[in-house]
Write a protein that binds this ligand. Structure first.
Ligand SMILES: Nc1ncnc2c1ncn2[C@@H]1O[C@H](COP(=O)(O)OP(=O)(O)OP(=O)(O)O)[C@@H](O)[C@H]1O
Length: 317
């Protein structure tokens, strides 16, 4: 036994690794039955977290918290502490279900709770960005159709309305003067001058919908995403939409027929620079030609995964 310990100390680079090795080995060896109680051996996790917790305090704070979770750490102790009233035996497992459950509850000392074991998800703030013409509007339009519980923030803009765009649905179309008044009144979370036109995000709209439990989707260009990142940090989710290639992006912009050649040139040159900012985002979603549906599904999966996070983001607008 002493030899085993000496060997482990020599080859293990950290105390935590050392003990994991010890117990992995013990669990495999014949020594286990005499050294470790069976109920502990049956749970490898219980072994490592208990020893990490009691012997060492070298792990990160998060891991220590996890290891010391009352549910994980004390299940054995709780069972040992459970005091059944004397003379009240546990019903056999073959008993009627109701009787069995009642017996288990009384042995545990409290009824089984029907409360949700997962925390209520908090409203998310999701920032969707990407180069001009990549399909931000197209993805958001489809997401709006397939997913409930999201509020798509309507941006205020001083640009001209494009054919088919609806006031209050696609944008709030305002004059430059009106826009600048909103800026002065501090009503915008973020704003920018984009290709000669102002675009900005009204704060009150976000607050109103978050208080009703809605997730918030913001559609901004790369410049806007950078500003939002500096304001919201990690409290929001940043998604970068890309085309499958530069040539696919250019084709999409040309086919849209909303820009003059000069404006096209500016947008494409800008897009080349913008893709360099990918690293500042949390997720990248490819919106490939004819595969809009896939892009939307991936955005939905990201939202679902974020809802399942143990440590939820807490955006404050
Ligand atoms: N997956 C796709 N396959 C084919 N065409 C697409 C796809 N996604 C979007 N489009 C088309 O590409 C064009 C550009 O899309 P959209 O206007 O949504 O881009 P955008 O990123 O919102 O652009 P901007 O920032 O300039 O407003 C539109 O004509 C749209 O219908």
């Amino acid at each position: 036994m002493a030899k085993i310990f000496v060997n482990f100390i020599q080859i293990s680079s950290s105390p935590s690794m050392l003990f994991r090795r010890i117990f992995t080995s013990l669990a495999r060896s014949d020594l286990q039955t005499s050294l470790i109680p069976k109920d502990i051996i049956s749970s490898g996790f219980a072994i490592s977290s208990r020893f990490d917790q009691t012997q060492f305090r070298l792990r990160s704070q998060k891991e220590v918290n996890f290891g010391s979770s009352p549910l994980l750490m004390s299940s054995d102790n709780k069972m040992n502490e459970t005091r059944r009233p004397p003379g009240v035996p546990l019903p056999p497992v073959t008993a009627e279900k109701v009787e069995l459950l009642r017996g288990l509850e009384s042995a545990l000392g409290s009824p089984f709770s029907s409360d949700s074991l997962s925390p209520a998800p908090k409203p998310l703030v999701i920032v969707i960005s990407g180069p001009s013409g990549v399909g931000k509007d197209a993805v958001i339009k489809r997401l709006r159709e397939v997913r409930e519980g999201i509020h798509f923030v309507v941006t205020a803009t001083s640009r001209e309305k494009r054919p088919g765009e609806v006031e209050g649905k696609d944008y709030y179309f305002v004059t430059k003067e009106q826009f600048l008044q909103m800026v002065q009144r501090n009503e915008l979370l973020e704003y920018a001058l984009v290709y000669g036109d102002y675009k900005g995000i009204p704060k009150q709209q976000i607050r109103d919908f978050m208080s009703k439990g809605y997730d918030i989707v913001l559609r901004v260009d790369i410049q806007g995403a950078a500003t939002l990142k500096s304001i919201l940090g990690n409290s929001a989710i940043f998604i970068f939409l890309v085309a499958e290639s530069e040539s696919a992006l250019v084709k999409r912009l040309v086919d849209r027929k909303t820009e003059t050649t000069e404006k096209l040139l500016v947008r494409i040159a800008t897009a080349r620079e913008e893709v360099k900012h990918l690293k500042d985002f949390d997720y990248v979603v490819v919106n490939a030609e004819g595969k809009l549906e896939n892009a939307v599904k991936l955005v939905e999966s990201i939202i679902d995964a974020e809802k399942a996070r143990v440590w939820q983001r807490r955006p404050v607008i």
